[in-house]
Write a protein that binds this ligand. Structure first.
Ligand code: ASP
Length: 349
């Protein structure tokens, strides 16, 4: 009997979230994130203003898309993410981080919850808005995922906006890369004709330390009750050898299913792939009947945290309950309710 009671107790506690964070917000039609961001002590008033303005603009664009006749949750997700991709404050599109070779290689994915259709692109260097390319893969091809040159050719063929790779060059991301390189590696980049950050202090060298995850993502529900999710990123600074993270991987960084919820993640992609984080959250809701909050916290604040995976997820359930769950200090995020009330949060609980 005693063993039975202990067993029951273990079953009850093994999936209990680490500790309560934010409660679910009801009546949400669009939720977004701009990644985990910088440490609070590194935040400046100017950066904070930019981030808040960027998130608010994305919420406005996504909500406006939802107000149109026949609007779908996919329209809202794409519209919100495009704004964040065009804003250099976020690690997606224009503000993408650099690879070890000094390039910007972008990944994105999108999914809808009614028929579980999905699209993704990875490792693209010339597509201005990768989220739009991901949607095009879903809607205009027979495939789910396209990578690098093939994805670029597809985007060009269907006349998406193509830019020179230099469009993605930003000084702050370039410095982030240089801080992680050895003097020899910096020199090698210089020889290849890339700009270098002369004058960077060696004390700031932080080679392998993951610092910030500022991937962007969105989840939405439309009047028909259809859910959608999307994620877009430049990946991790100093990534090598064609590394692809979780953001374009359906089930890892992005998932949507009308039976449960829509999820977009940010964080250390390798862990999110191994733990199929986005899908795991929806499965806990579908198979175990967990609330959106418990499902998200179980995966992010229990399973992932125990494994050493840093990051966060935003989740919207089919009733419009929105939660964010993170095992990090902050998460740039925002949401808008059905009546148009917008909220933006960074480090707040
Ligand atoms: N998850 C992204 C990746 O690993 C990074 C991020 O969220 O900032 O590529």
């Amino acid at each position: 009997m005693r063993r039975f009671l202990v067993g029951c107790l273990l079953m009850l506690t093994s999936h209990a979230p680490a500790s309560a964070q934010e409660p679910a917000v009801p009546n949400v039609v669009l939720g977004i994130h701009g990644g985990v961001g910088v440490l609070k002590k590194e935040m400046t008033p100017e950066l904070e203003k930019q981030i808040r303005a960027g998130l608010d603009a994305a919420l406005k664009a996504g909500y406006a898309a939802l107000q149109k006749p026949n609007a779908t949750s996919l329209d809202a997700v794409e519209a919100a993410i495009r704004v964040l991709e065009d804003d250099p404050s976020f690690n997606a599109g224009r503000g993408a981080v650099f690879t070890h070779e000094g390039k910007n290689e972008l990944d994105a994915s999108i999914m809808e919850g009614q028929n579980r259709k999905a699209g993704a692109v990875a490792g693209v260097t010339t597509v201005k808005n990768p989220i739009t390319a991901a949607r095009a893969v879903m809607e205009k091809s027979k495939h789910v995922m396209m990578v690098s040159r093939g994805a670029e050719k597809f985007a060009q063929d269907i006349q998406l906006e193509i830019v020179d790779p230099s469009y993605f060059w930003t000084e702050h991301r370039w410095k982030d890369l240089l801080e992680r390189l050895t003097p020899q590696e910096r020199e090698a980049l210089e020889k290849k004709g890339q700009k270098t950050g002369a004058g960077l202090s060696p004390a700031r060298l932080r080679l392998d330390e993951p610092r910030e995850w500022s991937t962007v993502g969105a989840v939405a529900i439309d009047r028909q009750g259809n859910l959608a999710a999307g994620t877009s990123t430049g990946g991790m600074t100093n990534k090598r050898f064609g590394r692809i993270g979780d953001s374009p991987v359906i089930g890892a960084g992005t998932y949507a299913d009308n039976a449960s919820g829509a999820v977009s993640c940010t964080g250390h992609g390798e862990y999110f792939i191994r733990y199929t984080v986005a899908r795991d959250i929806t499965l806990l809701m579908e198979y175990k009947g967990l609330s959106v909050k418990d499902a998200a916290d179980t995966v992010i604040r229990d399973k992932l945290e125990k494994a050493g995976g840093e990051g966060a997820a935003i989740v919207l359930d089919r009733k419009g309950n929105f939660v964010t769950s993170r095992n990090t200090e902050g998460l740039y995020r925002g949401y808008v309710t059905a009546d148009g009330q917008r909220s933006v949060l960074l480090f707040e609980k």
